[in-house]
Design a protein around this ligand. Structure first.
Ligand SMILES: Nc1ncnc2c1ncn2[C@@H]1O[C@H](COP(=O)(O)OP(=O)(O)OP(=O)(O)O)[C@@H](O)[C@H]1O
Length: 301
């Protein structure tokens, strides 16, 4: 378990991380989300003692700097490109293994686990971004750590790689490890994560299961397909429903359930061709939850 208590970091006048407190539990994948500049990278650096601030972070009760052999307790992927390009993948991992007193046989094990066995003897300088990510994950797993912290691990991976990453993280969680992973890919996160920690402007916005977060920040809506969309929209509007036209023959009714809309169609004598509930996405929930804290927002054209 990772416990974060009152984590705070200032750069001059700017508060990058603002009294952040939460726990990250073992056995599940926890996604770490926030808009650009929200403080995710700073938080991860603080967690690992790479940056100094206020507050505390513990891994199974111990701060990172108190761990006798951190590689065996916390596996980390922060910047996959921060490796010596002249070394081969195997040499790179053997150096880390030697530094942490890990048997060198483990190197070939993790190379196999991340699908780099064929590239083990190649110089890292020639690696693609996806291969760098795989190597970074291999390094994170080398010490068979109980906690795994990965910053944007899916970055640069092709669709097969993303799928592989998803199943790897699931396996790590199923083995009882604590898996804390940041990503900008919300649809990926929706499939991958069980819990979420969401921050905005350095502050905690949510720490809860994905489903609870989506429920709290979105409403389900009912989608109706009818040839009489105009007439039914007016009828629903008069009856107090919140309704909008999505396509010429499709209406979306917010905050209602299928039975209510079905009954409304019966009363309005509108023939309906399709009627179903649609759940909002994690992306909708994220945009809603972080709307007030998004520093870098694209202007609509
Ligand atoms: N070394 C630094 N010096 C000054 N300000 C910094 C430094 N590092 C980060 N910041 C500021 O702290 C805030 C948080 O940045 P951080 O990189 O942690 O955000 P992030 O959530 O990781 O963003 P992104 O999603 O864009 O990677 C930003 O406003 C950033 O400008």
């Amino acid at each position: 378990m990772i416990s974060i208590q009152g984590l705070t970091k200032r750069y001059g006048d700017e508060v990058a991380v603002d009294h952040l407190s939460c726990t990250v539990r073992p056995g599940v994948v926890t996604g770490f989300l926030g808009p650009n500049g929200a403080g995710k990278s700073t938080t991860m650096r603080l967690m690992l003692g790479l940056d100094h601030g206020l507050g505390s972070v513990t891994f199974g009760g111990k701060a990172y700097r108190e761990l006798p052999n951190p590689v065996r307790t916390v596996g980390v992927l922060l910047d996959a490109r921060a490796v010596h390009p002249g070394r081969t993948a195997r040499q790179h991992l053997r150096m880390i293994a030697a530094g942490a007193g890990i048997d060198r046989r483990r190197v070939d094990e993790v190379l196999g686990a991340v699908g780099l066995d064929e590239a083990a003897a190649r110089r890292i300088g020639g690696f693609s971004l996806g291969m760098h990510q795989r190597l970074g994950i291999a390094a994170a797993l080398l010490g068979d750590p109980e906690h795994v912290i990965l910053d944007e691990p899916a970055n640069g991976l092709d669709p097969e790689g993303v799928r592989w990453m998803r199943s790897l993280l699931r396996e790590l969680a199923d083995e009882g490890r604590t898996v804390f992973v940041s990503s900008h890919l919300l649809s990926e996160m929706a499939q991958l994560a069980d819990d979420l920690v969401v921050i905005g402007e350095g502050r905690l916005l949510a720490a809860e299961p994905v489903a609870d977060f989506v429920d709290a920040h979105t409403r389900t809506h009912v989608v109706v397909r009818t040839a009489q969309a105009d007439r039914f929209r007016d009828w629903l509007g008069r009856a107090g429903f919140q309704v909008r036209r999505e396509e010429p023959d499709v209406l979306v009714v917010e905050g209602a359930d299928v039975d209510e809309v079905n009954e409304a169609a019966r009363l309005a004598e509108v023939p309906v061709r399709e009627l179903h509930t649609s759940r909002s996405s994690l992306e909708d929930a994220f945009l809603h939850a972080t709307a007030d804290t998004t520093t870098y927002r694209g202007e609509a054209a």
